[in-house]
Structures are given as structure tokens and as C-alpha cells.
Design a protein around this ligand. Structure first.
Ligand code: FE
Ligand code: FE
Length: 164
């Protein structure tokens, strides 16, 4: 049996986020279609394109490890995305829809930030400097997306939800 060490933890977590990113890639167009404001739609479309790059970066990390890119079912992201679907259904046509979608999307980003933060640190610890740099690029984009979502909530979505 393979050692259960930092290297195996790193590889398992890489598979977890690879699975998650591909699920997110499929979910973002639905979020974009559902969003009411053009700004929120645009934010989701932009992040869909970034997410495509995140998947490619992970494939590159696997390649650098000499591994075939492989996902491992991530129940956490399935639950988070399911809650987003619930908002889409339950708040369809309601003034609070966008505020709800922002909160659902931020749950996704925070999951990713947690995972990439850990992965980058572990990559550094393992001396995988190229992998660490790739993971840091994605981490930075997740953080910026989270900040952009906060700005959209504060400048419009929350007020619209409250005014109704
Ligand atoms: Fe991502
Ligand atoms: Fe993301």
C-alpha cells in the first residue's frame, strides 16, 4: 500500500479540486443564465472562462507530477452547487435572486480558496515550485472573483433584495 504522507494528501486534494473545478465549469453558465443584472451575468461568464484555465492549470500540475489528470468525487462541491440550484429555483423572478446567487457563488469561491491555499502551501513544502506557482495563479483569481462578488452585492444586489 502506498504511503499516506504529505505527497499522497497533496495528490488526493489535487484530484478533489480537479473534480470540483469541472463541476463548477458546468454550473457557471447556469448561474449566468439565471442572474438578473447584466453585471452579475458578466461576472459569471468571465469566471467561467477563468475556470476553464483553472482546469488546464490543474492538468499541467498533474503532468508535472508525471500523473494522468484524474478527479475524485468531491461531495462538498456537490452540496455547495446544489444549494446554488435551490436558490435559482426558489428565488426565480424574485428581487432577492441576485443577492442569493452572489452568496451561493461566494460559497464556491471560498471552497476553492481553502483548497488552493492548502495545495499551494503543500506544493512549496514538497519542493514542487512550478506546481506551487501554478496553484498560486489560480488562488489569486479565486480571491479576486470573491472580491468582485462582494462589490456586486454591496453596490446593487443586496439593496435590490432589501427594497422589495
Ligand atoms: Fe476555479
Ligand atoms: Fe472560482
Amino acid at each position: 500500500m502506498a504511503e499516506k504522507n504529505l505527497e499522497s494528501l497533496f495528490q488526493d486534494t489535487l484530484k478533489d479540486i480537479y473534480y470540483a473545478e469541472r463541476k463548477i465549469l458546468k454550473a457557471l453558465p447556469k448561474m449566468a443564465r439565471g442572474a438578473q443584472s447584466p453585471e452579475l451575468k458578466a461576472a459569471f461568464v468571465k469566471h467561467r472562462d477563468e475556470t476553464e484555465i483553472h482546469v488546464e492549470r490543474l492538468q499541467e500540475v498533474f503532468e508535472r507530477l508525471g500523473k494522468r489528470p484524474q478527479g475524485k468525487t468531491c461531495p462538498a462541491i456537490e452540496g455547495i452547487l446544489e444549494e446554488g440550484e435551490e436558490i435559482l429555483e426558489e428565488y426565480k423572478g424574485a428581487p432577492a435572486l441576485d443577492a442569493g446567487l452572489v452568496s451561493a457563488a461566494q460559497a464556491v469561491e471560498h471552497y476553492e480558496i481553502a483548497r488552493y491555499g492548502t495545495l499551494r502551501r503543500w506544493a512549496e513544502e514538497l519542493g514542487l515550485n512550478d506546481a506551487a506557482s501554478l496553484l498560486a495563479l489560480t488562488l489569486d483569481e479565486e480571491v479576486k472573483t470573491d472580491e468582485a462578488l462582494t462589490a456586486l452585492a454591496e453596490t446593487a444586489a443586496n439593496q435590490k433584495a432589501k427594497a422589495a
